[in-house]
Design a protein around this ligand. Sequence first.
Ligand SMILES: O=P(O)(O)OC[C@@]1(O)O[C@H](CO)[C@@H](O)[C@@H]1O
Ligand SMILES: [Mn+2]
Length: 437
Amino acid sequence: MEINILPPLPLSASYEGTFAYYTIRDRLPAILSKIADTVFRKKNETGEEGREDLKSIVGRISKLRNELQTDKPLIQIEDTRSDTDVWNQELHRREIRAEAPPSWFKSPWLYVECYMYRRVEEAVKMSKILTTMDVFEELKQSSFLDSQAATINLMMFLLETVKKLQKDASHQDLYKLFQCFVQVSLWGNKCDLSISGGSDNAQTSPLIEQLHLLEDNIIIDDIAQVWQCLQDAKSKSGQPGRVDIVLDNAGFECITDLCLAEFLLSANIASSIHFHLKAMPWFVSDLTQSDWDWTIQKLCSSNNLAMSKFGSKWKQLVKNGSWVLHADDFWTMPFSYSEMSHFAPELYKQLGTSSIVFLKGDLNYRKLVGDLNWDTTTPFEVSLQGFHPAPLCSLRTLKADVVVGLKPGRAKEIATKEKDWMVTGNWAVISFCSKVC
Ligand SMILES: O=P(O)(O)OC[C@@]1(O)O[C@H](CO)[C@@H](O)[C@@H]1O
Ligand SMILES: [Mn+2]
């Protein structure tokens, strides 16, 4: 369906009282303070040169916080990372287009929020020896450890499921299990550390038992179409195809995603899984390669049978190429996904070979829909503005005030149940688009 409408304006802190405004005013400064504290506390763990680096990082973070709170113009990035030029060119482009430099409270929220995390990375990159430090590492690791009980519960269930699949499972059983693992991965997205400002947000109760209670909170549920898409891909080529998962957070959410991936391979629904990780620390809890390594290592060394078994298996799957890890710089740039074919044509082409691309979480959703102020009844396909590399499925709990694809009147109805429904993470969508360019 082609609908030609002018896209709405981007969400921005310039609209007082919105979640974007509250994020820039309160949440981001709080995250920066937390980073400075964490870095400062490391002063006894390094030698003299390291201490100098820590001092310089804290200084840069404090300066950044001050720039943000006083709505200063954004400035060029000074480090020499692979993406520095792109960031600086983008800043320049925006300065020219708006005839003024972008600033924290006036510019689009998506752009300035991404820019903040890029400046945090710059603070680290400008050090002498601590250039690979992840300022969020401790937070991510303790969130994983705090979710231990829920992780064991989920992985025992996965073990049972895989055993069942080896015997026999009807088409109907498979569909039910598919639905279950997709929902697990969906609700895993409640556990991010950026929405909680870096404070504890672990999964503490068994998720599997809660799924049926949560079902009413899935306000768009395209699961049947997602299933059909994978079945069609399989029957078209006589074998299952590649599935991509654009990952989001480390900790419990990552475990739920790996369980979904394991299920897809074990049930012969996918032939390989391509995971997309972040190339640098991002939005507090997003998963990097070193978080991946740490997580797999933790699973392998666990004394829980299911955790250690799958830990070793997953290590092997990466080795034998059934699971492939990618960390393209594009995922940590400030662009909406409609700009991917321009800024990352190779990545766009790669995604095009997939039978379906799952995109996890809120930030991926914001980038899918361009973080624009869409009417809630706008069709999902329209909000994608031409981003159609392959069939897409967003698995997202709502943590920002944009959502599309709802029936008329539905947004009002949900608001009567929870006033802040768009930002609490209590509501979720499984949104699918089958269109391919
Ligand atoms: O992408 P995720 O991990 O699901 O969420 C990231 C997030 O907490 O950060 C943004 C605001 O700071 C919110 O839009 C969003 O809720
Ligand atoms: Mn995240």
